[in-house]
Ligand binder design. Sequence first.
Ligand code: AMP
Length: 192
Amino acid sequence: MINIVLFGPPGSGKGTQAQNLIEKFNLKQISTGDLFRYNMKNDTDLGKLAKSYIDKGELVPDQVTTDMLVDEVKKPTDAAGFIFDGYPRTANQTAELERIVKEVLNSEISVCLSLVVDDEILVERLLKRGETSGRTDDSNEEIIRNRIKEYYTKTAEVAELYKQQGKYVEINGVGEIDEISQKLFAEVEKIK
Ligand code: AMP
């Protein structure tokens, strides 16, 4: 199995690259942010609870998030592995993910791929996206800078844990989309 933790700040091209990895290696993507948004849209109990945190820009408590993730990992799939997107975000979640992948899939996290893009380029890309996406959080430079700062503060400890395990790989996220995909593919080929 190939189990990838995909890291990347807002604007790093993570969505596009996740899509290319899924197609290339037949993976299933699990995005905790998407799962919360789905639950909020359908007004489920979980959605209502998550909304009270997400609206404040806070993390949803670990237990609720992890339970939701387990349900998703347990669903039958013919994929060759998973891309975890937006999880883990804390040291506790990192340990939980290791446990879940072992217990449910009898496997392990293969690699943590981290897309690296200079802050100034991220701001530029997001402001440009904001012109057409209609996302209010993409149209204000101050909010954009805060989201980027938030990302680094939250993920630093998770990155450190994967570094200690020798599973952390940084990829330059600036350049042609295909060129970046090829670099990611090469890293996945190494662990196949
Ligand atoms: P995202 O789309 O990954 O940026 O997630 C949107 C929001 O969902 C985050 O700002 C958090 O409030 C919540 N969220 C997503 N993933 C997690 C997680 N692993 N742990 C806690 N909260 C999360």
